[in-house]
Design a protein around this ligand. Structure first.
Ligand code: CO
Length: 134
């Protein structure tokens, strides 16, 4: 069902403040910055081999990422596994009793379809399923 780790999501207070470390110090390539209005975040995607790092900056105080930052401070926010068929993956997990935050897939950054598994079902690790646009 899972193909690989697509990306790791990291919550930051400011993309402008966080990006120099990733781009200049670690030498990652910035693939693009995109606002995902539905989730009230600005997302920067950084390429690292076949995987990506996704930096998440909240665009509103009621963004889920703003609430995360308030509670935990900046740091690892979620892990995203790439799946071939996200609707089939959600159906399989629900059939087997896994609790989903998103019971149907929704639009993520860069044309992906995404769905989050409830951390209660994934040992406290916020887990995203992600089907890429290509
Ligand atoms: Co993500």
């Amino acid at each position: 069902m899972l193909k690989k780790i697509n990306h790791i999501g990291i919550a930051v207070n400011s993309l402008d403040d966080a990006l120099p470390f990733y781009c200049d110090n670690l030498g990652m390539v910035l693939e693009g910055i995109e606002e995902v209005a539905e989730q009230k975040v600005k997302v920067a995607m950084l390429a690292i081999g076949e995987s990506k790092i996704e930096l998440l900056e909240p665009t509103s105080p009621d963004s889920p990422v703003a609430r995360f930052l308030e509670k935990n401070g900046p740091g690892v926010h979620h892990l995203a596994y790439e799946v071939e068929d996200i609707d089939a993956a959600i159906a399989k997990l629900e059939r087997e009793g896994t609790r989903m935050i998103d019971r149907t897939s929704r639009a993520g950054a860069h044309g992906a379809r995404i769905a989050f598994i409830h951390p209660k079902s994934s040992g406290g690790v916020l887990t995203e399923l992600c089907q890429t646009g290509h």
